[in-house]
Design a protein around this ligand. Sequence first.
Ligand code: GLN
Length: 428
Amino acid sequence: MRSVVHDYLTEVLGGLAADGSGELAGYIPELAEADPDRLGAVFATVDGEVYGAGDADVEFTIQSISKPFAYALALSDRGFDSVLAKVGVEPSGEAFNEISLEHETGRPRNPMINAGAITTHSLVGPEHLLPAERVDRVVRGLSAFAGRRLEVDETVCISEMENAHRNLASAHMLRSHNILTADPRSVVEGYIRQCSVLVTARDLAVMAATLANQGVNPVTGERVVDARVVRQVLSVMSTCGMYDAAGDWATQVGIPAKSGVAGGLIGSLPGQLGIATFSPRLDGHGNSVRGVSLFERFSSDMGLHVMEVPPAALAVVRSSHVLGEGTSAVRVLQAQGGIRFAGAERIVREFVGDDIGESAVVVDFSLVSSIDDVARRMLLELARRLMLEGRGVYFVDPEMVIPDPDRGDGIRVPVIADAGQAPRGVGA
Ligand code: GLN
């Protein structure tokens, strides 16, 4: 049987095939030679399933889609403070090639506009690297996100370098403010090589899925960057990824995204999937026309807007019942799903107020898929308080969602195989 996901993608692409609006990126002569009719889309799930349709395996240059990934590498290699000292995180509301620098500091406003991305390139790898070594570190890093060794398209690279007046002007401005400390020309060359890395929509979807999967490539299993870096990158993508169309995008599509002038577009939906589309004709913002339409469809058809989330808290308590009677009664609370702050609060609330009558409490985590740090601490504190009241507290936790149920004072909450095994009776 073919997957419904694959057929859905094919059908949506078919519906957009006739849309010939928009223009190829003319300012890079080699990109103006591209086949404008190419159209592809790929979904990559956070557990490594990849669905492609249309021109999913056609190579094109990554262009600005390299920016969030280079930013991730710079944050990993240099740390947050050094990167933030040189590149801000405020949306500029301007076009991608606007030379928008902060008045006093000369810092580019964010890493998604060219001035910020040129600076970010210079921050990848250790400080002393030679320009070619820095490019190598960037290409290797992008390759780790994609899960295969990527190459540079030399023709596109030369074509862009020959016409890089605006990026060179930005780099000289940045040098004059000491934001760039290296030779501006060699940094722009490195940045343009970064933009000239060849990818397919399939590669881009896996790269986006690596961000959706907290920095672990779901196909190769490699941890590329840590989760803290991913949070920073996705935040900046959601506010600045679509340049001066960022507000429209955030409200209508609601998926952290990044576009490139060769026609690529990625979206990364945390915890769910990476999406990539390829269609070279661009709108006035420099975003792919059919790429934007595809994302609008995907978001509304599949409810992918990041602000639309199910009410996890209500469903966390699957049941709360009493086993046995009188002094040997045991309160059993069965939790389910993923538990975060709101879910833990819901569980804690079951025990607040009037004292419960039972002398023992079992919290059953068998149907719980994950518990985050704050929820784990709240539930262990709940256990500590119930134990202080003289009650027996037991966890049922076959999947070890709380691997070390230490209440924080060296005392562990006992783990039992099922609720029926809880010792009964006062002071149990
Ligand atoms: N390399 C291109 C540039 O610097 C990238 C722009 C883009 O994809 N938006 O102009």
